[in-house]
Write a protein that binds this ligand. Structure first.
Ligand SMILES: [Zn+2]
Length: 374
């Protein structure tokens, strides 16, 4: 496992430029709130992991004070820091979601340069819908315009992603909406977009975007990723339980669309169950791993309780802070090794089997469901 290049099937760009302490702390938490007065985001599983495991890569002893860590980070410069963490992560390929705060983070080309790795794009359905709305299209043209924009925008992409979790959650009618319904719902959305507020939140338009994405996913043989559970406070947590997607999962299964449930915590057991029941469902525990820090092993072990070995994928879901690439990969390798050591000690498998299963999770499953050879 140590030498297997991991395919990071869900990650984001690294932030451009150096970071002061408030900015860095805001990027190692999913909360929108600053920490309460007198406390620090460094006092968290992720903060502790950064001080323990990332400091040596910046030539510091483990567990430096946060200010010393950030001082050294600025001394080396953002790009050198990014290169060190990306290099040490042992990744083979990055599948980058370009739809979130893209003006603040490096684009695909500079991520390829910084990492020295092949970089592929995953396109957010809602971001395309919002771009179409801002283009001044008429409501009657909206359904076709979205289809065309998606075909164009995802021409070089290897996957699609929906953040419907952030737009009301999963308790929606899974049926493909009728064209008249879409045109009707597009009116107020386009109206709002003309004043600069293009945020797709209408359930009909969200479902339409997913089904338009499903058409393209079928045609191109690529999966649709769903943000699930763990994320910022824009979600209402219980509405992002993936079991609420059961109807849509069945409908998408019938038309041959693969789904990847991302992050999933605290619903990683529900995700594992769904992956065991439906052939089109895959999942990962992504950023929840580095946010678990010292408890990453337990999270991964729970994700592996019932999931078929062909259904779990690796991702860092690193966003903005390059440390997340390194920690995502390092904590995953350590956790997996420790889980397999236990299995081998208890004679559930041998080292060869463990290696084979590990390789499926690390890269084989991604190679099977994403069109990475093209
Ligand atoms: Zn993400």
């Amino acid at each position: 496992m140590e030498n297997v290049g991991l395919i990071d099937h869900h990650c984001h760009g690294v932030v451009k430029g150096d970071l002061d302490r408030p900015r860095f702390e805001s990027l190692i938490s999913e909360s929108f709130d600053p920490p309460p007065g007198g406390t620090s985001q460094f006092d968290s599983p992720l903060g502790l992991s950064i001080r323990r495991w990332c400091a040596p890569l910046l030539d510091l002893d483990p567990l430096p004070a946060p200010d010393d860590y950030l001082g050294r980070r600025r001394e080396l410069g953002a790009d050198e820091v990014a290169r060190r963490f990306l290099n040490e992560a042992g990744l083979a390929e990055l599948l980058i979601d370009t739809g979130y705060r893209s003006d603040e983070v490096h684009d695909l080309e500079s991520m390829a340069t910084l990492s020295g790795l092949p970089v592929r794009e995953v396109v957010r359905l809602e971001a395309v819908a919002e771009r179409v709305a801002s283009s001044g299209v008429e409501a009657s043209r909206y359904p076709d315009a979205l289809g065309e924009a998606l075909t164009d925008g995802a021409a070089g992409a290897v996957g699609l992603k929906t953040i419907v979790a952030y737009r009301g959650g999963f308790a929606f009618d899974p049926a493909r909406p009728a064209r008249e319904e879409v045109v009707h719902a597009a009116g107020p959305f386009l109206e709002a977009a003309s004043t600069g507020a293009a945020r797709v939140a209408d359930p009909v338009l969200l479902r339409h975007a997913i089904w338009t994405g499903a058409d393209l996913a079928t045609e191109r043989g690529m999966p649709i990723q769903f943000h699930v559970g763990w994320g910022d406070p824009d979600i209402v947590l219980h509405l992002t339980n993936p079991s609420l997607l059961t109807g849509l999962i069945r409908d998408l299964d019938r038309v041959g669309v693969d789904i990847v449930l991302l992050h999933c915590y605290p619903f990683h057991r529900e995700a594992a169950y769904l992956s065991a029941m439906y052939s089109n469902v895959h999942f990962d525990v992504g950023s929840a791993l580095h946010y678990h820090g010292a408890s990453a092993r337990q999270l991964l072990a729970e994700a592996m309780e019932v999931a078929p070995f062909s259904k779990l994928l690796f991702s860092t879901d690193a966003f903005a802070v390059a440390e997340q690439y390194y920690l995502g990969s390092m904590l995953f390798r350590r956790a997996l090794r420790s889980i397999f050591d236990k299995w081998i000690a208890a004679e559930h498998c041998d080292a060869n089997e463990a290696e084979r299963i590990g390789e499926l999770i690390a890269r084989g499953n991604a190679l099977r469901i994403y069109p990475l050879a093209t």
